[in-house]
Design a protein around this ligand. Structure first.
Ligand code: ATP
Length: 205
C-alpha cells in the first residue's frame, strides 16, 4: 500500500481490450502525471445489462496480456470480484480504502461522459474523484443536458488532448464475428489469446 499517489482508474468491460483503452490510459498518465493506472474489469456493468458479455475469467486474462509490457499499468480485480451491482460510485470507497492517501481520476472516453446520467448516482461519483476524458469522435456531448442531469459536471472534468482513435470493442467483436483477425486493432498477445480460445466467433447452428 502506498500513499500520496495520483492514480488513474480505467474501468471497462474490456470485451476485448484494445488500443483505444491503452491510448486513453497512456495519455492520462502522461498529461496528469499519474503514478499508475488501474485497469478494472467490470463484472456486469449495470448500464450494459441485456448484452451478452464474455466470461470475466477471459476478460481478466485479456487485460493482463494487454498491459503486460507497461509497468505503470496494473490489473485490479476489486470490481469484478465483488457481488453485483457493480457501480463505480460504490467501487470508489473500496479503492480509497486500499489507497488511503491517493487522488483518483476516473478515465473515460467521451461516450462514457455523454452516458454518465445513466450511471448510478453520478453527482455523488464526481465528489469522489475527478474525471479525465478523451473525446471519442462519434460521441457528441450535449453540455446543458448533461449539466442538468449531473450538477457540478462542468468543473469535474480534466480534458485529455491528443489524437483520438475511432475504435471500439463493439466494432472489433463484429469484425471477428465476420471471420476476420484483429491483428493491429489490439496488442498481438490479446489477438493470439482470442484466436487460441476462439472468442467472438459467429454462433453456428
Ligand atoms: P463496447 O464497444 O463494448 O461498449 P468500448 O470499446 O467502448 O466497449 P469499454 O470497455 O466499454 O470499451 O470502455 C471502457 C472505457 O474506455 C470507456 O470509458 C470508454 O469510453 C473508453 N474507451 C474505449 N475505447 C476508446 C477509444 N477508442 N477512445 C477513447 N476512449 C475509449
Amino acid at each position: 500500500m502506498s500513499t500520496g499517489q495520483k492514480i488513474g482508474l480505467l474501468g471497462g468491460t474490456f470485451d476485448p481490450p484494445h488500443w483505444g483503452h491503452l491510448w486513453l490510459a497512456e495519455l492520462a498518465r502522461q498529461q496528469l502525471g499519474l503514478d499508475k493506472v488501474l485497469f478494472l474489469p467490470v463484472g456486469q456493468p449495470p448500464h450494459k445489462v441485456g448484452r451478452e458479455i464474455t466470461a470475466v475469467s477471459h476478460r481478466i486474462q485479456l487485460v493482463s496480456l494487454a498491459i503486460e509490457t507497461n509497468p505503470n499499468f496494473v490489473l485490479d480485480t476489486t470490481d469484478c470480484a465483488r457481488p453485483a451491482p457493480h457501480s463505480t460510485v460504490t467501487l470508489l470507497p473500496l479503492l480509497a480504502q486500499a489507497y488511503p492517501e491517493a487522488t483518483f481520476w476516473l478515465l473515460l472516453g467521451g461516450d462514457s461522459l455523454r452516458d454518465l446520467p445513466t450511471w448510478t448516482d453520478p453527482a455523488r461519483l464526481i465528489t469522489q474523484c475527478r474525471l479525465a476524458v478523451l473525446p471519442r469522435p462519434e460521441a457528441i456531448i450535449e453540455w446543458e443536458r448533461l449539466a442538468t442531469a449531473v450538477p457540478g459536471i462542468k468543473t469535474a472534468v480534466d480534458w485529455l488532448s491528443g489524437p483520438t482513435l475511432s475504435l471500439s470493442a463493439t466494432a472489433i467483436r463484429a469484425w471477428l464475428r465476420e471471420g476476420h483477425r484483429a491483428t493491429y486493432l489490439l496488442p498481438t498477445a490479446v489477438a493470439d489469446y482470442i484466436t487460441q480460445h476462439q472468442l467472438y466467433q459467429a454462433k453456428t447452428g
